[in-house]
Design a binder for this molecule. Structure first.
Ligand SMILES: Cc1cc2nc3c(=O)[nH]c(=O)nc-3n(C[C@H](O)[C@H](O)[C@H](O)COP(=O)(O)O)c2cc1C
Ligand code: SF4
Ligand code: SF4
Ligand code: FES
Length: 574
């Protein structure tokens, strides 16, 4: 399919959709499916059949709509009427929606179940990467095409040289969304200029951070967008083969990507002579086995090659020597999700969103103590307060905000005193945290900080690949001390050792897993030192979470000596 045929297809599908009396968008992403979304879709379809409406009303199995904790969600798009979204839809409610809102001549909205379109959850968001999520059937190429899909690729192939594509990405200011925020255009240009008889493009969809599900959702909700971004990247750097590395625990994402690849190949949007050009590009999927460290780029590359997923020292960087020793472009899936909109709308448009050094939008997975949890996309520079209180509706049960954990196991905790911080790469780093891939966990006053940190350390300890000693042994030792702090048996000397270990492990570990493992400790010691001290000096957990069951060995010994002294004195007196 070339550009003209693509345009024709978009018009044909658009006209077909206009003729439908109604579209019922049903979220079919993992969180909604796990809260009964599958059954809801069945009931909608059955009821439409019963009413003889199957031809006039389509049920669209979409990706995530955002407010996942309010799922399953169903949006009714009735021709000529305002769109209405229903939340917490049960099979019974689904039947009622069809009967009263869809089938009836005069539609009756069921107000008590509606999630209003002007709800603050949506008001402060800006959807660039997620613009199709929740709006299209991710398994239908036509749904992607009708919203402009693959046009950016077609335009780039026809109107731009590879160098111009790299320049456009550089000018947009896009930075990698996988964690470190490396400038994307710079990376692309390095691979473009690197010499090699073959080059590769890799999408990192490993997503191992606890609490994070941005990449899974994007892959499940809009797989063609990632493929289009990768194809543009392939053209820009001179690669003809791409790989998407998907976490093994994400079967729906892998299936949808696989289907999208096959459909795009059949239509000539991937494969040989893409869109009738001289550019050929294939994409294959590789499934990870669930090791967090395989998200690290050198370990991921080893894993794709069938080797043990362990990090390697850099340089050489993958841009110079990656897969099979060839120049390899490796980006996060969300990074690729930004590419088509940048090419379609231009670098100036994109760099107009966000802050001076952090351009565009960022997707966050909201979890923890919030009224509404789910997936959001916000312009960089929005404040943490706006995310927590305006978008997510604040802390439930009138409790107090204590901290926001960002950046996963390599990140840190931002306390209430910094709620007005703009969320961008530099500001988060200055506070000892990091943007990371987009996990944002909110903690309230019922959370104990040393206990939360112990959880992250346990994660790093379990996920350490064991290649280098500081991380392999250091994470165990740091975890041991945190165990002692949270059971009441730690001493002040332990705290000093913990701080020493933090510096040592950070400075001497080979990869980001070890280097970042101390971050949650360092950050919470900076802002919540009093909680550590309460555990150690007073054997008290201020949040009432830790069972302070152990007595410090040192103090026990001192106590014995003291008592022995008392007995001796008593004997002397007698
Ligand atoms: C332990 C560890 C785990 C990582 N996991 C991921 C991951 O799941 N997804 C990801 O995109 N990047 C991950 N990264 C970062 C990658 O090494 C790499 O920087 C990133 O994929 C580059 O893409 P970007 O420039 O688009 O951000 C991880 C890094 C480390 C050290
Ligand atoms: S010394 Fe220990 S860590 Fe090093 S290779 Fe031998 S067994 Fe492994
Ligand atoms: S820092 Fe940890 S995860 Fe990274 S190579 Fe060393 S042992 Fe493996
Ligand atoms: S999974 Fe349904 S709204 Fe997020």
């Amino acid at each position: 399919m070339n550009r003209v045929e693509l345009q024709e297809l978009a018009e044909k599908v658009g006209a077909r959709q206009q003729k439908l009396r109604c579209r019922l968008l049903c979220c079919g992403s993992t969180p909604c499916l796990s809260s009964g979304g599958g059954k809801v879709q069945e009931v909608l379809t059955e009821t439409l059949l019963e009413k003889g409406l199957k031809a006039e009303v389509s049920v669209v199995n979409t990706g995530c709509m955002g407010p996942c904790s309010r799922g399953p969600l169903v949006t009714v798009q009735r021709l000529g009427a305002a769109e209405v979204t229903y939340q917490n839809v049960t099979p019974e409610l689904a039947k009622e929606i069809v009967e009263k809102h869809v089938a009836a001549e005069t539609p009756a909205v069921l107000p008590e179940h509606v999630l209003p379109g002007d709800h603050p959850f949506f008001a402060k968001q800006q959807k660039v990467v997620l613009s199709n999520s929740g709006q299209i059937d991710p398994e239908l190429l036509e749904d992607y095409v009708v919203r402009g899909g693959y046009m950016a690729l077609g335009n780039a192939l026809r109107d731009m040289t590879p160098e111009e594509v790299c320049q456009e990405i550089t000018r947009s200011g896009l930075r990698g969304r996988g964690g470190a925020g490396y400038p994307t255009g710079l990376k692309w240009d390095l691979v473009r200029k690197a010499h090699g008889d073959a080059k590769y493009v890799v999408a990192n969809g490993d997503e191992g951070d606890p609490g994070a599900y941005m990449d899974r959702t994007l892959m499940e909700s809009d797989p063609h967008r990632i493929l289009e971004g990768m194809a543009i990247a392939g053209y820009a750097v001179g690669a003809s083969q791409g790989y998407v590395y998907v976490r093994g625990e994400y079967p729906i994402a892998a299936q949808r990507l696989e289907k999208a690849i096959r459909t795009a190949e059949r239509r000539g949007l991937l494969g040989s002579r893409v869109m009738d050009s001289n550019f050929s590009f294939r994409i294959d999927i590789r499934i990870g086995a669930g090791a967090f460290v395989c998200g690290e780029e050198t370990a991921l590359i080893a894993s794709i090659m069938g080797k043990r997923g362990q990090p390697e020292p850099r340089p050489p960087y993958p841009s110079e020597s990656g897969l099979w020793g060839k120049p390899t472009l490796l980006n996060n899936v969300e990074t690729y999700g930004n590419i088509a909109p940048i090419i379609a709308n231009g670098a100036e448009w994109y760099s107009g969103i966000g802050t001076e050094k952090s351009k565009g939008t960022k997707i966050f997975a909201l979890a923890g103590a919030l009224e509404t949890t789910g997936l959001i996309e916000v312009p960089m520079g929005i404040t943490l307060r706006e995310i927590v209180y305006d978008i997510a509706g604040g802390i439930p049960d009138g409790r107090d905000f204590k901290a926001a954990q960002t950046g996963g196991p390599s990140g840190g905790c931002i306390p209430a005193s910094h709620l007005d911080i703009p969320v961008d790469y530099e500001s988060l780093k200055a506070l000892g945290s990091m943007m990371g891939s987009g996990g944002l966990i909110v903690l309230d006053d019922t959370n104990c900080m040393p206990d939360v940190v112990k959880y992250f350390l346990e994660f790093c300890m379990d996920e350490s690949c064991g290649k280098c000693i500081p991380c392999r042994v250091g994470t165990v030792e740091m975890h041991n001390i945190l165990k002692r702090i949270t059971n009441g048996s730690a001493t002040e000397k332990d705290l000093a050792t913990l701080e020493e270990l933090c510096t040592m492990v950070r400075d001497t570990s080979l990869c980001g897993l070890g280097q970042g493992a101390p971050s949650p400790i360092v950050s919470t010691l900076r802002f919540f030192r009093d909680e550590y001290e309460a555990h150690i000096k007073e054997h008290r957990c201020p949040a009432g979470v830790c069972e302070m069951t152990e007595v410090p060995v040192l103090e026990l010994t001192e106590e014995l000596y003291r008592r022995a002294g008392e007995i001796e004195t008593a004997q002397e007196v007698n």
